[in-house]
Each structure stands twice: as C-alpha cells, then as structure tokens.
Design a protein. Structure first.
Length: 276
C-alpha cells in the first residue's frame, strides 16, 4: 500500500515527536542520576567522621532533615527514576515540570518519614535515657531490628508495597491527578508505597549506623536490587539473608561485621555540637 504525501508527513511528525519525548525522558533520568550522584558526594562530606555505630545521635532536627532529604535523593532516585520516566511519558498534556514535581512529592513523603524517625529517636532518648548505648541495650536492640527487618521482607505487606514499586503503572493510573498539585500528590503517593516497602531497611540503617557511608551504600544497594532485579524472589530472599546474617552477627560476633563501628565509651556520640 502506497501512502499519500500527507500520511507520510504525519508519520514523520509522529516519529519526530516520539523521538523527542524519548530524549526528554532520557534527559530526565540523567538529571535524577546526576542529582543522586551530587547527593552521594554531599552526604559523604557531611557525614565524614560522624559514624558512631549503631544508634548514632541524630543532631538537631533541621540539620538531620537536611541531610536526610539529600540522603534519600541519593539512595532512592536511581531506583525510582523508571517510575518518574513512566509518569513523564503519561503526562504529555500536563504542565511543564510535572515530572520534577512528582519527584519533589516523592521526597516530601520521605522527609515526613525522616521527621517521624527523628521524633521516635528523640522521645526514646528522653524517656529511656542512654538505654541504647552499646554496653546496655543498644547492641541487642540493633540486632533485633535487623531480625525484624528480615522477617518483614517475607510479609504480604512488603510484597504488596514492593509490587507497586516494581510495577507502578497500575498505581499511577489508579491515583491519577491532573495539574501541578496532582503531580505532587501522585509523587507523594508513590513515596508512601516506597516507605511501606523500605521502612524496615531504613530502620536497619539506623541500627547499623545512620551516619555511615558504608551502610548507606549497602542499604541503597539492597533497595535497588529489590526494585530492579528481574528475579523478584531472588532479590527479596537475598535481602532477607543479608539482614538475617547481620542480625545474628550483631548478637554473636559484632567485630566480625566489616565496616561496623563499635561504639566506645558506653554511649553513642553526641552530634549536636558537630552539626553545622
């Protein structure tokens, strides 16, 4: 069948638009990766010398939340970038900048999770004093946190949340909102599913040393593997095994864990004076 000149022109225009949209999505992913790379560099600089091992003090609220948000961008943007690119593909009629607002909404949810974690740590420190020091209950609570995280990996709730993160199309269609405020809300919704998927891994991060670039890389790696590895069950069981082994080693032989800072002096370091 021979196409008319008008049909050939429309076909070329469609291909041009498709290639332009694909380049825009690749550019968006590149921006997110660059932001993540800058986040890793900045976080490593800020956390230098601050790792006091399990239950490191969090400093002031403002300083911690600043570091936390940058940390989440560094850890999460590489694995969430396919979801943001998919959203961008679905938003050709949306206002400009909607994918970036989606990413911002995602970070807002994680910022709220960080504020909640800070509140728990603050309340626990004031109610129980120095109970989380290494020579008291700190070691045992850290080990229990890792073991609970390992168990959570195999629960239906974890499976449901991970499913939303790995296959976000249904979530995007089911929570679709138009406009810039809609982009923020949808990003926040995606962030909520991500928090449901990863909260136990983040609790393990606190238990191993929240100011350690080593453990930040380990937890980020487990998150990325779970969200992107084609073999979903292999990824989940692999993360479970890692958490289980770390928890058991904390109970029996903490010095055998590479990269773990063992607190000295009976308590975790106080960072309030170290925070800018």
């Amino acid at each position: 069948m021979i196409l008319s000149a008008d049909e050939q022109l429309r076909g070329r225009e469609s291909l041009t638009l498709a290639f332009a949209a694909a380049r825009a999505r690749l550019g968006l992913i590149a921006v997110l990766v660059v932001v993540a790379a800058i986040g890793w560099w900045w976080t490593a600089d800020q956390m230098s010398g601050m790792d006091a091992g399990p239950w490191t003090e969090l400093g002031t609220l403002g300083w911690f939340l600043g570091v936390w948000v940058v940390m989440m961008a560094a850890m999460m943007f590489p694995s969430v970038s396919p979801t943001i690119a998919l959203y961008a593909r679905m938003t050709t009629a949306q206002p400009g900048g909607s994918p970036l607002l989606f990413a911002l909404g995602y970070l807002v949810t994680w910022a709220a999770a960080g504020a909640a974690a800070f509140a728990v740590a603050f309340a626990g420190g004031h109610v129980r004093g120095d109970v989380l020091s290494w020579d008291r209950a700190g070691r045992w609570v850290a080990a229990a946190t890792l073991l609970v995280a390992a168990v959570y990996e195999l629960t239906p709730l974890k499976d449901a949340c991970l499913g939303k993160c790995r296959s976000p199309l249904g979530m995007l269609l089911g929570s679709w909102r138009a406009g810039r405020s809609g982009a923020l809300r949808m990003g926040a919704t995606n962030g909520a599913w991500c928090v449901g998927c990863c909260w136990a891994l983040m609790a393990s991060f606190f238990a191993l040393g929240i100011m350690s670039i080593v453990w930040m890389a380990v937890i980020a790696g487990l998150i990325a593997i779970e969200k992107t590895l084609p073999w979903r069950r292999v990824a989940t069981w692999g993360a479970t095994l890692v958490l289980l082994v770390l928890g058991l080693l904390l109970l029996t032989a903490p010095h055998a864990i590479p990269g773990l800072t063992i607190p000295t002096g009976g308590s975790t370091s106080q960072m309030n004076g170290m925070a800018p």
